[in-house]
Design a protein around this ligand. Sequence first.
Ligand code: HEC
Ligand SMILES: [Cu+2]
Length: 334
Amino acid sequence: MRPKLLATTALLALGPSIAAPAAWADGDDPGLGPEDPASPGAERIADTYWVITGFMGLVFLAVFVPLVVFVVKYRRRGRDRYADGLQVYGSTRLELTWTLVPVGIVAILIGFVVLALPSLNDFAKGYGGKTEEVTVIGKRFYWSYEYGNGVLTIDRLRLPLGRNVRLDVTGGENDVIHSFWVPALGGKFDSIPGETNTFYFVPTERGTFKGVCGEFCGLEHTEMTITVEVLEASEYDRWVREEAGRQRDGTSQLGRETFEGACAKCHGLAGEGDVGPRIAGNALIGDRDALVRLLEEGRGKMPAVGAGWEDRQYDALFDYLEKELGQGGDADGS
Ligand code: HEC
Ligand SMILES: [Cu+2]
């Protein structure tokens, strides 16, 4: 019993320190640490993580190294099982040490957090200069992004490198709380119906950053993914201008994005059915009024995915549905 207990304790204590380097060797993602930060706020958060982890490592060693030494040094060595040990009454120096050292460690950690993290508050006021504003709406089970010039995208957010970004994160009417969370860019910002949380940051790396809804929100929660593409500012400006034109004249991918983001997660990419019924070829696809009512009100396990949509988004979706899933179209999405 005793050796088994000891082995289990040792495994529990050492497991993570064995697993961490193994995960490290696997690829460049250590698995246990934060993602490589791609904004100043995310950098502060990562710094805090590593400082606290460093102290945790020191405390771990300060406890376990003496523990192992004492287990070996003071083992029984054939002494009588009931022999009394050395009687010790107090040690002012030792007691002061084990009181003051932890207090000092906690003071350092608090100091670090108080000094390093207020910059997150500064970010809450923005950095000055030109700001790109995007309204982010979290709904079951997709993210809707509306840019300053009216462009809409679903699940995929594009942003300019090196410019102030202000995300106004809010929830859909009658929806539940979701949480906008892209670890490489910053902390979590809840999307709450009727309230707006503002998230300021500056993307400092080009590339694609992944996130996911950070709030367990229901049936297709895990499908509520976030993709942020950071483009060169000039490339972004061109895209957002041209996309506005495409969305005006109906040649954009808005219909496809809306279907893939707001419908396909339950009905399948070809409308073949998944957690929701098959809808390819369904008569409702040709009956716009009835379908709008269904999308605005929801039914049973289907949320009101279209509540609050503007006509242009319905137009784009109907174009897509009629082409791809209508009674005339084929159901394999080609
Ligand atoms: C969270 C999952 C979910 C999402 C997202 C979703 N649906 Fe549904 N849908 C369902 C379920 C479940 C039903 C069955 C509802 C019932 O009758 O109880 C349904 C029913 C339907 C029906 C009626 C089928 C019939 O024969 O009665 C249509 C049409 C439909 N959905 C279209 C859509 C469209 C278009 C979208 C996207 C704009 C969408 N749905 C998004 C789950 C979903
Ligand atoms: Cu969610």
